[in-house]
Design a protein around this ligand. Structure first.
Ligand code: UDX
Length: 464
């Protein structure tokens, strides 16, 4: 919304939320999320044509176009628990819009939603309409965190789905005109509603599938002596495949991939397509396998136990350049190590201790439910300390693992780190950020995902 305000000075953008503290943060000098470049965009439009407010009803009543970006968490109870999207927040947003609207509206689905959600929303709006006309559009967002502003400035495509009626086409045109302020026309794709809704789930499923494919290869590379970086370079040179998004890792995280695939799986099952559902389910299974494999590798290399040992964790965010920890592989890896009674010392340049403690105390899928619905004040996990310095985290640690590819981890003084660790000193690189050869020369026993193994690791094969 801030980028729309920046690129379209004649359009007034009001961002509304029922959370008073969140809106206060958006109106302050410390924005509630860390995203490179976002501060500048917000500060240049805020108070001019960009406003943050808790007066939801007033702004909804006044708006011509309403973007709905409420959360659509994975259901934790009832029908479809663990897979289906929970549309409670969407439904109440639609009811509120119907309640307060006195003029015709275009309602845009910005949240990722199950296919055919627009139909349900349309029903709620029209059955409660009081004479107001609504057009529903699907306009899924493809930005990635950490590069959100550059992605929004120069998107690969903008997708707008709407009804194939004259009114539907007029609504599509109205939204297209907004993006056309800065996005070349050939990059604005217009489709029917269901194609737009499904394309978002499909795009995320395809992206995640690439990572699970390369991660599956990484296990085979370790078993055979191939190097996954060389394999993905060779594979990616095929222009039909392409080189992007082929980095082996400890696993993908983030708020979208797992959730959207689970949702896709559920939709396939509901439509009587179990084979298709199983195909996509496998992408998640390989991701879980990769995280488990990483933990097993750590434990088996360190004489089959990490009980009572200090392990330093470098990086907790799900990727670099964000403070976001939703579905980060670090949660599962840390929980796995804690399960074997390790003591963890965690350092991430952007994630707070409170966040880490909350993540390690929370149940799966709870992160996407509003805070007041989450279990009350999670007690801190005793065997976890969070520090603000990588050297401090590593001091006295038996092993260290890199779980986020922050640039600063490439250039640490690993000799200094090694000197302050008991021997043998282990380094487990879940993101392939360090040069294993250089670290072996310092004296570390190094494990890098998908790279040829040290003789030490060969002698201690990871447990199944
Ligand atoms: C993703 C999609 O890219 C974006 O289009 C969509 O709108 C939202 O979901 P995001 O979750 O912000 O964006 O990050 P992304 O860069 O896609 O990374 C997701 C996860 O995959 C991260 O944990 C990342 O570290 C991991 N990843 C990515 C890999 O493990 N290997 C890769 O080669 C690329």
């Amino acid at each position: 919304m801030a980028v729309i305000a920046l690129k379209c000075p004649a359009i007034e953008v009001a961002v509304v939320d029922i959370s008073v503290s969140r809106i206060a943060a958006w109106n302050s000098d410390h924005l509630p999320i860390y995203e490179p470049g976002l501060d500048d965009v917000v500060k240049s439009c805020r108070g001019k044509n960009l406003f943050f407010s808790t007066d939801v009803e007033k702004h909804v009543a006044e708006a011509d176009i309403i973007f709905v970006s409420v959360n659509t968490p994975t259901k934790t109870r009832g029908l479809g628990a663990g897979k289906a999207a929970d549309l409670t927040y969407w439904e109440s947003a639609a009811r509120m819009i119907a309640d307060v609207s006195k003029s015709d509206k275009i309602v845009v689905e910005k949240s990722t939603v199950p296919v055919k959600t627009a139909e349900a929303i349309e029903k709620i709006l029209t059955h409660n309409s009081k004479g107001v006309k609504y057009q529903i559009l699907s306009n899924p967002e493809f930005l990635a965190e950490g590069t959100a502003i550059e992605d929004l400035f120069a998107p690969d495509r903008v997708l707008i789905g709407g009804r194939e009626t004259p009114d539907g086409q007029r609504a599509i045109k109205a939204l297209k005109d907004v993006y056309a302020h800065w996005v070349p026309e050939e990059r604005i794709l217009c489709t029917n509603l269901w194609s737009a809704e499904l394309s978002k789930l499909a795009a995320n499923a395809f992206l995640a599938q690439r990572i699970s494919s390369v991660n599956a290869m990484s296990a085979l590379c370790e078993a055979t002596g191939a190097d996954v970086a060389q394999v993905s370079h060779a594979v990616g040179k095929d222009t039909r495949i392409g080189h992007k998004f082929l980095n082996a890792s400890v696993g993908f995280g983030g708020s979208c991939f797992q959730k959207d695939i689970l949702n896709l799986v559920y939709i396939c099952e509901c439509n009587g397509l179990p084979e298709v559902a199983n195909y996509w389910k496998q992408v998640i299974k390989v991701n879980d396998y990769q995280k488990t494999r990483f933990v097993n590798r750590i434990v088996s290399s360190m004489f089959n136990t990490v009980s009572g040992k200090k392990i330093a964790v470098f990086g907790f965010a799900f990727k670099k350049d964000t403070g976001d920890t939703r579905e980060t592989p670090a949660i599962d890896v840390c929980k796995g190590l804690l399960g074997d009674k390790a003591h963890l010392s965690i350092y991430d340049p952007q994630v707070t201790e409170e966040q880490i403690q909350r993540d390690l105390s929370m149940d799966k899928f709870d992160w996407d439910h509003p805070v007041h619905l989450q279990p009350m004040s999670p007690s801190s996990v005793k065997s976890v300390s969070v520090v603000w310095d990588a050297y401090e985290a590593a001091k006295g640690a038996h092993g260290l693992c890199i779980l986020t590819e922050w640039d600063e981890f490439k250039n640490l003084d690993y000799k200094k780190i090694f000197d302050n660790m008991p021997k043998p000193a282990f380094l487990f690189d879940g993101r392939n950020v360090v040069d294993p050869q250089k670290l072996r020369e310092i004296g570390f026993i190094v494990y890098s995902i998908g790279k040829p193994l040290d003789s030490w690791l060969k002698d201690m094969p990871a447990m199944a």
